[in-house]
Each structure stands twice: as C-alpha cells, then as structure tokens.
Write a protein that binds this ligand. Structure first.
Ligand code: UTP
Length: 290
C-alpha cells in the first residue's frame, strides 16, 4: 500500500513566537515572500501526495484563505497584466485537494493527529509539521515513503545533531539496521547528553500506520498536560516495528525566532534576485561586528 494522504498539524499556539502569533498563525510566517506552510504543502505534493488534511484551529483562518481562490485579486492581476503573479496565485489554490479540520482544544501534537482518524481511515499517511521546512534534493516525505515501501512500518525522519545539543530534542535509540536506518526501541525527550541513547533527533516528518490511533487513545497526558506524539510512539514500538530514517536535507524549525532568522538569511542567499546584493550587505554587516 502506498502513501497518498498527508496530515499537516498547524493548530498550535506558537507561544515561542509571540507577539507575532497572537492573532496570526505561525505557519503563515513568510520566509521572504512564501508562507512556511506553503513550502510544507509543496513538499507533500512533490512527494506524490494528492490529498492533504490541515489540522487548523482558533485564529488559523488565514491558512484556509491562503489555499483558496481570491477572484478579486486574480481579476486585478489579470487587468494589470501581471501574468506571472496571476499564475502563481492560481497555482496556490490548485496545489492539492486540501481539507481542514479544527482541533477544538490545543491538547498537543498527538491530539492534533488523532483528529485525522476518519480522514485517513485504514491507510498509512504522512505527517508534516506545519512549522518545519526541510530543504533537500529529494523531498523528505518522498524519502520516507521510499523507506515505508521497503520496511512496511511507521517511519520517523531523524537528523544527526551535535552531541552537546541533544538536550534540545526528542532523541531515538535502538538497533541500527544500516547507516541510515534504525529500528527504534527508545524515545527520550530532551535527554542529558551523557545518557542520550544516540544523537538522532526526531525531525518533524513521519509516515504513520493507522495503529497510531489506538496508541494515541491509550496515551495519557504528558509534558505540558498535552498528548505527546512521542509518548504514543513508545506504546506503538512495543507492538510493531518503528523505523527511524536519517534523512538527507536540512531542517528549519521556524517556530523559534532564532531559527526563523537563520532560515530567512539562508533562503535569501539562495534566491537569484537577492543573493548578490544581500550577500554584500551581510559581508559589510559582519565586517562591522566586533
Ligand atoms: P509545536 O510544539 O512546535 O507548536 O508543534 P506550538 O505548540 O504551536 O509551539 P509553541 O511551543 O507554543 O511555541 C509543532 C506543530 O504541531 C502543531 C503546531 O501548530 C506546529 O505546526 N500543533 C501543536 C497542533 O496542531 N496542535 C497542538 O496541540 C500542538
């Protein structure tokens, strides 16, 4: 069975990015001119996903509007012969079949994913966090789908992080099956570097089997009094194989301010229209630093 559906959780409060997220979704924060969640949807589409369920919530209407048509704007662009922009705006509304469901209370990532159960039914599905972009040659969801087709098990994207920074992440441990693949038996949130089971951090992309829903039903509230997806994995991995796949690509978590800044700089340097002038500006700025 292949993976045709994706779920994008985007209902969280985004407290790390206040005040910007007081009245607008953090998933709409743009990297230059493109909202973060548009990169995420594009990755799903580039991985062959045809159907996307976005977990939305209070204050997240802008996401729905973004993926909808805007006839007045289209007419204006057409009149003023801005064809490129016109096509771009049309493309956003036609990227995939996008559905929305509202998470009624913000009870954690595990709870958000549980809302997808009627939509994904008995199929395996991809999960892409709405505030995380992965820059890679092969779309990272595609990499995970390839691993799913090989192992027929839930797949977690992981990335190697510096040993002294493991205490910032959810870290996995288990039996290595190859250079990039591990059968996971341990999940530890923010471990002490001295006792961490590995330096592989969970990276915001997953392929899940429908058994995750049973595991979520049995997951008690954890950290922050929320249903944590990592806790559900602990239950799931006792019942069936859970695989960690070290992805090729660079992850950007735009939900924290410093990473958001770094992402903006790196993406601007990659954009033809900005790279030269912005690069010069950065050089001058850095030269002026003490
Ligand atoms: P985060 O934990 O990074 O998001 O969840 P958050 O809770 O909004 O952030 P802070 O800690 O308050 O700053 C990762 C993704 O999961 C979604 C978020 O919207 C984000 O895209 N999420 C999180 C939900 O959809 N529902 C939740 O209950 C929690």
């Amino acid at each position: 069975m292949t993976v045709k559906k994706a779920v994008i959780p985007a209902a969280g409060f985004g407290t790390r990015f206040l005040p910007a997220t007081k009245a607008q979704p953090k998933e709409m924060l743009p990297i230059i001119d493109t909202p973060t969640i548009q990169y995420v949807v594009q990755e799903a589409v580039d991985s062959g996903i045809e159907d996307i369920l976005i977990i939305s919530g209070k204050g997240k209407r802008a996401i729905e509007d973004h993926f909808d048509r805007n006839p007045e704007l289209e007419a204006r662009l057409e009149e003023s012969e801005k064809e490129k922009l016109f096509n771009e705006m049309r493309h956003i509304a036609d990227m995939a079949n996008i559905h929305f469901i509202r998470q009624k209370e913000i009870n954690g990532l595990g709870d958000a994913i549980y809302y997808a159960r009627y939509h994904t039914g008995n199929e395996p599905f991809a999960v892409l966090l709405g505030d995380t972009i992965v820059d890679s040659v092969i779309p990272v969801t595609q990499q995970l789908i390839d691993a799913f087709e090989q192992y027929n098990a839930s797949i977690l994207a992981v990335e190697k992080v510096p040993k002294d920074k493991v205490s910032r992440y959810g870290i996995v441990g288990g039996k290595r099956l190859s250079d990039t693949i591990m059968e996971v038996s341990e999940f530890v949130e923010k471990p002490d570097p001295a006792t961490a089971p590995s330096d592989l951090a969970i990276a915001g992309r997953y392929i899940l089997t429908p058994e995750i829903y049973t595991a979520l039903e049995q997951t008690p509230k954890g950290k922050n009094n929320e249903i944590q997806l990592t806790d559900a994995f602990k239950i799931l991995s006792k019942r069936e194989k859970v695989i960690a796949d070290t992805i090729e690509g660079k992850r950007y978590d735009i939900g924290n301010k410093l990473d958001f800044l770094k992402t903006t700089v790196e993406f601007a340097l990659k954009r033809k229209e900005f790279s030269e002038e912005f690069g010069e500006f950065l050089k001058e700025t850095v030269a002026g630093l003490k």
